[in-house]
Design a protein around this ligand. Structure first.
Ligand SMILES: Nc1ncnc2c1ncn2[C@@H]1O[C@H](COP(=O)(O)OP(=O)(O)OP(=O)(O)O)[C@@H](O)[C@H]1O
Ligand SMILES: Cc1cn([C@H]2C[C@H](O)[C@@H](COP(=O)(O)O)O2)c(=O)[nH]c1=O
Length: 222
């Protein structure tokens, strides 16, 4: 496979827990490497030593939604300035397992936390000197593409049942994940050009074909 562009590419992967993101991110990384690109494979919350410490708190400790949102955005800021922005400046492909859409979906949709506060945090964290060379400080640094693995909460719960010990979010009821999915839908409606929605209820092979097709149609893989 050949990649047609040597611009930095920032791609995020989203979906409720168990939707099947992780299954395909590693395969995409391989496809981009085969195309001659350098890939930074990372995740949120996490991706730096500091952000991974914050991840452990967010995934395991009880806290109110504002505390949770502040910790997630603090982790994101550290991740952006020390990993994502430098990789984009080196024209790498950044594949990020979750990004800010997850905060709007989980904290905004799932927890019902104030969207205006999340928007303010998004502007602070992604707007200020996130990237040195290309973007102006007034532009929010957002993924070029967000791949949303769309799966019903019931199917996702079935896939996760017995697969691993559930963390704080995975232990939430189906109704929570219905609200999370609603949060993703709202983000897609607000910025449809950025999103590729994948029917994640298909077989692994069919999902992979759909994911690959999205990247081929953009000219990023062939
Ligand atoms: N298309 C599929 N059909 C059936 N099972 C699948 C499919 N894709 C993935 N799985 C299985 O579902 C489970 C969840 O997949 P995976 O870990 O990739 O999801 P995820 O979206 O990364 O979840 P999380 O965000 O919670 O880490 C795994 O056991 C995986 O093997
Ligand atoms: C980025 C982000 C994540 N979360 C939640 C979503 C998941 O339940 C976990 C991360 O686990 P994964 O196995 O790595 O997907 O964290 C969140 O609530 N808010 C966020 O912004």
């Amino acid at each position: 496979m050949r990649s047609s562009s040597l611009e930095g590419l920032f791609i995020s992967f989203e979906g409720i827990d168990g939707a099947g993101k992780s299954t395909h991110i590693a395969a995409l990384a391989d496809a981009f490497r085969l195309a001659g690109r350098t890939v930074t494979l990372t995740r949120e919350p996490g991706g730096t030593p500091l952000a991974e410490k914050l991840r452990a708190l967010v995934l395991n400790d009880a806290m109110d939604p504002l505390t949770e949102s502040l910790l997630i955005f603090a982790a994101r800021r550290d991740h952006l300035v020390s990993v994502i922005a430098p990789a984009l400046d080196r024209c790498e492909v950044v594949l990020c397992d979750r990004f800010t859409d997850a905060t709007f979906a989980y904290q905004g949709g799932g927890r019902g936390f104030k969207l205006d506060v999340l928007r303010t945090l998004e502007t602070w964290v992604q707007g200020e000197n996130s990237r040195q060379s290309k973007e102006s400080s007034e532009t929010l640094l957002q993924p070029h593409l967000t791949v949303w693995f769309d799966l019903s909460p019931e199917e996702a719960a079935q896939r996760l049942a017995g697969a691993r010990l559930p963390d704080k979010f995975e232990a939430q009821p189906v109704e929570f994940f219905r609200r999370v999915a609603g949060g993703y839908e709202d983000r897609l409606q607000a910025d449809p050009q950025r999103f590729a929605r994948i029917d994640a209820s298909q077989t692994r092979e069919a999902v992979w074909n759909d994911v690959k097709q999205v990247f081929i149609s953009k000219g990023w893989l062939s």
